[in-house]
Design a protein around this ligand. Structure first.
Ligand code: PLP
Length: 412
């Protein structure tokens, strides 16, 4: 039998590192964490363990429940390997992988909240996060309010005696306002409130939530951890104080990931460092190029000096991903459709974080409640993939020509 990882999913290799005087660099950790080749006959990667039933050799072992693996839903060696790698990268005490990013969010809410509690959610949260809160948490008697992403330490004024959780996302989905995570954490800590952050945009590579006082960090691992648009996966990473709450929830909720997806997540995370470096570089180059285009009103990318939250990004973040948005100068919907319908390299579709470039039109106005989205023009969200940026510019240039020559543009 293979040697199990310990309770925290750490392998022997990790423990040796903890004892060595020189901490390893992140890049090295990504490559080696979670792997224990000689537990698998020397093969580098653990296999994709497919399993429901786990056998126990004796009645005593069955009743003691001290075997490292008890039942498929509660994790396999592949799951532990991926959790160890994510925890290492996030700087977490422990990580738990789930069947999707949304499952990771919902698991966390179920773990922390009970009837009569109040949760404060950032107004620019991923829309399905809001839908879960409004549609499900509310039904269980949990009070929900939304707050201005730029509230900073002013969040103290929004607390109620029953506030249990503050939920943030930085920068916010679609609109990219940059909250001050540290300022919000300080208020949460002073008031004994959990600060949960959706850290999907930067990935655990470019934002270290636990260095900024966050208690629980969520990843839609579907995005940059999987990195190839071929699997759905989520992760909840926690500080020491939150481990027990999450263990209790994981044991009874059953949002466990599939075996194939887990394997793809583990495979994806090994190359996240090189992929993200390209997404960052190409994303900034495309954003700067778009900023110069006459069709563009405004680019919403925190790594650009023109972004109102740029100073926060510079202070707190270690890099940027390939996701940002633009506001177009006023034009008709038909003109935007003409631009997007015939792009050759940019695909249109939800999700992002894979190797390919994507674009979608969006309108944040209908679902914001604490703040009003001020932009007049239509908005596009871009994901810049790993293609050559010159080819991407050529594709968009042709799109802008179609936008300009659409007759409806004249009256729109
Ligand atoms: C995609 C996404 C999610 C949800 O992840 P799924 O794996 O699609 O369920 C959550 N938060 C953010 C910011 C996302 O972009």
């Amino acid at each position: 039998m293979s040697k199990p990882n310990d309770q925290n999913g750490r392998t022997d290799a990790d423990k040796q590192n903890e004892n060595s005087p020189q901490p390893r660099h992140q890049r090295t950790d990504i490559v080696h964490t979670g792997l224990d080749p000689f537990d698998h006959y020397g093969f580098i990667n653990p296999p994709s363990y497919r399993g429901s039933t786990v056998l126990f050799p004796t009645v005593e072992a069955l009743q003691a429940r001290t075997q490292p693996y008890l039942y498929g839903r509660r994790g396999t060696p592949t799951v532990r390997a991926l959790e160890a790698a994510i925890a290492k990268l996030e700087g977490a005490a422990r990580s738990f992988v789930t069947s999707s990013g949304l499952a990771a969010i919902n698991l966390t809410m179920f773990a922390l909240l009970k009837q009569g509690d109040h949760i404060l959610i950032i107004d620019n949260a991923y829309q399905p996060t809001r839908a879960f809160a409004d549609g499900v948490l509310a039904k269980f008697g949990i009070e929900i309010s939304y707050f201005d992403p730029l509230v900073g330490s002013g969040i103290a004024q929004l607390l109620k005696p029953n506030t249990k959780v503050i939920f943030t996302e930085a920068p916010g989905s679609q609109t990219f306002e940059m909250p001050d995570i540290g300022a919000i954490s300080a208020v949460a800590q002073a008031n004994n409130i959990w600060h949960v952050m959706d850290n999907t945009w930067a990935s655990p590579l470019y934002f270290k939530p636990f260095n900024h006082g966050v208690d629980i960090s969520i990843q839609a691992a579907t995005k940059y951890i999987v990195g190839h648009s071929d699997a759905m996966l989520g992760a909840v990473s926690v500080s020491d104080q939150a481990v027990d709450e999450l263990v209790k929830a994981v044991d009874v909720i059953g949002f466990n990931p599939g075996s194939e997806e887990t394997y793809l997540g583990l495979r994806g995370i090994k190359t996240i460092d090189v992929r993200l470096a390209r997404h960052w570089q190409s994303g900034v180059e495309m954003a700067l190029w778009l900023e110069q285009r006459p069709e563009i009103e405004r680019v919403l990318h925190p790594a650009l000096p023109s972004h109102p939250g740029h100073h926060i990004w510079k202070r707190d973040f270690l890099g940027a991903s390939g996701l940002f948005a633009v506001i177009l100068k006023p034009c008709s919907k038909a003109a935007v459709a003409a631009m997007l319908d015939h792009l050759e390299l940019f695909g249109m579709g939800y999700s992002w974080g894979g190797f390919e470039s994507l674009v979608i039109p969006f309108d944040p106005r209908p679902y914001r409640t604490a703040t009003t989205w001020p932009a007049q023009g239509q908005a596009l969200r871009f994901h810049i993939g790993l293609e050559d940026v010159e080819d991407l510019k050529t594709d968009l240039e042709a799109g802008f020509r179609r936008l300009a020559s659409t007759p409806a543009n004249l009256i729109g």
